[in-house]
Write a protein that binds this ligand. Structure first.
Ligand SMILES: Nc1ncnc2c1ncn2[C@@H]1O[C@H](COP(=O)(O)OP(=O)(O)OP(=O)(O)O)[C@@H](O)[C@H]1O
Length: 483
């Protein structure tokens, strides 16, 4: 799949002139090898975009009219049989037409008797709306029932759970009596004594604990959704918690699993977790998103990675950016050094607790913090439309018994770069390559997704800056504004 986008071409095509293709046959030539070796503020569709400052050729409506685009649909939300109050919610979010996964999943999800679903589609193509619309359509909001949990949505992180709460709130804003509960680890004793909400969104450990302690009564549940399902079922700890949570709820709930990625071994298991499920799946070659321009940068050493990041700072703040690193320690260290040099950056890792984490992600969402350094904790699901640049400071890799394997973590790569280029927007993802192992991992990632990751030449930073800026700025000239 080509990563050259219509939008990138529309700003003059100069990025293609500037980048050079990696030479797969001789990595040592292409890379100077060093042998030493994130508010529950709702996702707003596209309404917050500013006026672009130059001509834009691609509109969301064009993308949604292209049968090869994951945002394509022939139907309207009205055609999908949604309640008028829910349609009103969608309209305030500026959702005009469904995406492909929404159009395909909704009839399968909403049919009766309910059937399970395993659903896959590219990052940023609207899976959240697909499962939230089904959840909202199935609620009984009569006086006795509105305080009974009827839908349980599980997500791997508190940030994602809070984000989903925001989507349920805004999409369901015209449903009288809709109550939503958030079940994430609480600071000290801030946990409610009773979970009286029709929709509960949370992380598996906290939900399981709430059911065990009878804070949450699962007896009226009708729908169980696992967002980022492959991660939820496969990640150590989370998988067990999901199985235990499932064992505590009624057997006849509708089970809905969604993710952009389902590696083969998890996919087989997903079929057992959601028996007899309808399936919407993709080949891994189909998973990259056209609007994300994938690039890499040679770095002679670890230190040069840092220097390149600092050089990029001006670009990082054109929109918002996420820098992914391997460990909490390096996140903290990069933050410390950049702040000491006078740059404004924030970091959010698993080492930060509760409300402090909420404050950091909220300030990133609001644009107060524009550069966020993080680990894989924010690789999945986080939807901040202003993110125009993602940096893989370290290429994501698989671990075995706690040790690095120098094997790329394909799924995480895809989820990380998918924090930009959301729902038809343009974004740039830059991976830093500082040694032969990283080069090999990058090569394997290209082969796996059948995509091209172009080299960006850092010999003239002014030019690098100008070219990336043009691509990033074009992000603003995106969907929604130009429908
Ligand atoms: N039909 C639609 N019309 C306009 N915007 C939409 C539509 N559906 C979803 N969006 C917007 O697209 C963005 C991405 O949606 P969402 O977060 O659900 O993607 P996703 O498929 O779950 O991505 P990921 O795989 O990264 O979790 C959100 O900002 C959402 O508000």
């Amino acid at each position: 799949m080509s990563t050259e986008t219509p939008e990138a071409s529309s700003v003059g095509g100069s990025l293609a002139d500037r980048v050079t293709k990696p030479d797969d046959t001789n990595p040592a030539d292409a890379t100077p090898v060093n042998n030493g070796d994130g508010a529950s503020g709702p996702a707003q569709g596209s309404v917050d975009l500013e006026e672009p400052d130059y001509t834009v050729e691609v509109k969301l409506s064009d993308l949604q009219a292209d049968p090869n685009n994951p945002l394509f649909s022939i139907k309207t939300f009205e055609d999908l049989g949604l309640d008028a109050r829910i349609l009103k919610g969608l309209s305030t979010m500026n959702f005009r037409k469904p995406s492909k996964v929404q159009e395909r999943a909704l009839p399968l999800l909403m049919s009766n008797p309910p059937k399970n679903l395993v659903g896959q589609s590219q990052s940023g193509t609207g899976k959240t709306a697909a499962f939230v619309l089904n959840v909202l359509s199935r609620l009984d909001l009569s006086d006795q029932m509105r305080v009974m949990p009827q839908a349980l949505i599980l997500a791997p992180t508190r940030e994602l759970a809070r984000q989903i709460v925001g989507v349920v709130q805004i999409m369901g804003q015209f449903l009288d009596g809709l109550t939503i509960g958030t079940a994430v680890p609480a600071d000290s004793n801030a946990r409610p004594s009773k979970m009286e909400a029709a929709v509960v969104v949370g992380t598996p450990g906290t939900v399981q604990d709430m059911i065990k302690k009878r804070i949450m009564n699962p007896s009226a549940l009708k729908v169980l959704v696992l967002d980022e399902a492959d991660n939820m079922l496969d990640q150590q700890g989370l998988g067990d918690q999901c199985i235990r949570a499932k064992a505590m709820i009624p057997r006849d709930v509708q089970i809905v699993l969604f993710s952009a990625t389902f590696p083969a071994h998890v996919y087989r298991y997903a079929g057992k977790f959601a028996p007899g499920a309808n399936e919407i799946t993709l080949q891994h070659e189909e998973l990259t998103v056209e609007g994300i321009k994938q690039l890499y940068m040679d770095c002679a050493s670890e230190e040069e990675k840092y220097q390149n990041l600092v050089q990029l700072y001006g670009l990082l703040t054109v929109g918002s950016s996420i820098i992914f690193v391997r460990t909490r320690h390096s996140a903290a260290e990069i933050e410390r050094r950049m702040v000491a040099e006078g740059h404004t950056v924030a970091s959010l890792t698993g080492g930060v607790e509760g409300s402090q984490r909420d404050a950091i992600i909220d300030s990133f969402r609001s644009g107060d913090a524009k550069v966020l350094i993080t680990t894989n904790v924010l690789a999945r699901g986080i939807d901040v439309s202003t993110v125009s640049l993602v940096v893989n400071y370290d290429i994501p890799e698989e671990y075995s018994s706690g040790h690095r394997t120098h094997t790329p973590d394909f799924q995480t790569y895809l989820h990380r770069i998918g924090r930009t280029g959301r729902f038809g927007r343009i974004g740039v993802a830059i991976s830093f390559v500082s040694n032969r192992d990283e080069w090999e991992m990058l090569r394997k990632i290209q082969a796996h997704f059948n995509c091209t990751i172009d080299r960006i030449d850092t010999s003239d930073w002014d030019e690098v800056e100008e070219i990336i800026k043009k691509t990033i700025k074009n992000t603003r000239a995106q969907a929604g504004f130009n429908q």
